[in-house]
Design a protein around this ligand. Structure first.
Ligand SMILES: Nc1ncnc2c1ncn2[C@@H]1O[C@H](COP(=O)(O)OP(=O)(O)OP(=O)(O)O)[C@@H](O)[C@H]1O
Length: 286
């Protein structure tokens, strides 16, 4: 599925958050969405997922504008894994994953054999089969995150939008998740803070800053020392991993430059005026 946006803008209480974003994600492409905190990644993803109505511009799936589509129609095309769903329920893990089947079900009927098979396959893909019967409340943060991914996979979408899905995941599960996403064959747009992970698994990277898309291209073209310093405000060196992709080695946050006047040797204090000899004091002349 091709996901495109033209001139996309969204305002929060009158303040521009997404500013004139244009993008074109080809069918089957895995694209990483990068940017510092507050740069507008989640807001852009929500616009693309139909959860925010843009103030200007158009989102299209396979060339069709989605502005007037119902949530159900969108959910049959695209799955969205939010940064923090805050889901709190007594449902079993398999039932939470089964929520991904809702767009395909008649409201009056429960899950059928196909739904159950799709849910089982999704749980298997994220390694949660053993926890299928557990209560949602008993899961760790990382297990919940993987269950959300399984719920999205159970939707059998053509496109996947994910907002920092590697949060809470240990290193092995991060790598597994990125391999899974890159191997789905679906169109994937994934917001990530781990720049090296993004470079390793994404075909292309998009970089946001203050609501605008300021760069798009292969990982090596977007992860530059200029962007690391100027946009992410870190002092970092770029290495190349075994696959020829950029890998970031951080030295630390960039310190704001100290103005020269603050480091210069302070001038010698002016000598205090010598006390006038008493004899020169004249209190009145009469
Ligand atoms: N509903 C809202 N009302 C007011 N301000 C909002 C709203 N949604 C987002 N913002 C503001 O818009 C800016 C972009 O937020 P957004 O969550 O899209 O950024 P982000 O790049 O996803 O950040 P992070 O990396 O921290 O998750 C932030 O300054 C945020 O406070």
């Amino acid at each position: 599925m091709r996901i495109t946006a033209e001139g996309l803008s969204w305002l929060a209480s009158g303040t521009p958050v997404v500013r004139g974003v244009g993008l074109d994600i080809a069918p089957g492409e895995t694209v990483g969405l990068l940017g510092p905190n507050g740069s507008g990644k989640s807001s852009l993803l929500r616009c693309l997922a139909g959860l925010r109505v843009p103030d200007a511009g158009t989102v299209r799936y396979d060339g069709l504008p989605v502005r007037d589509w119902s949530a159900r129609r969108i959910a049959r095309r695209i799955a969205f894994v939010e940064q923090d769903s805050g889901l709190d329920t007594d449902l079993r893990v398999a039932d939470v994953v089964g929520l991904g089947r809702t767009p395909f079900r008649d409201r009056l009927h429960g899950p059928d054999a196909t739904d159950r098979a799709v849910v089982a396959a999704a749980l298997d893909r994220v390694g949660l089969t053993a926890l299928a019967g557990r209560s949602w409340r008993g899961l760790s943060g990382g297990e919940r995150q993987r269950a959300h991914i399984a719920r999205a996979l159970a939707q059998q979408p053509y496109g996947l939008l994910l907002d920092e899905p590697t949060n809470h995941l240990d290193v092995r599960h991060r790598l597994e998740l990125m391999e899974l996403l890159a191997g789905t064959g679906q169109t994937v747009l994934v917001a990530l803070h781990d720049l090296t992970l993004a470079a390793r698994y994404c075909d292309r990277l998009l970089l946001m800053h203050h609501g605008r898309l300021i760069a798009s291209g292969p990982p090596a073209a977007v992860l530059t020392t200029e962007h690391l310093a100027g946009i992410f405000e870190v002092d970092a060196e770029l290495a190349t991993d075994a696959l020829g992709r950029p890998a970031v080695c951080y030295r630390g946050p960039l310190r704001p430059a100290v103005p020269a006047s603050a480091t210069a040797t302070p001038p010698e204090p002016a000598p205090a005026p010598a006390p006038r000899p008493v004899s020169t004091l004249r209190e009145g002349t009469s």
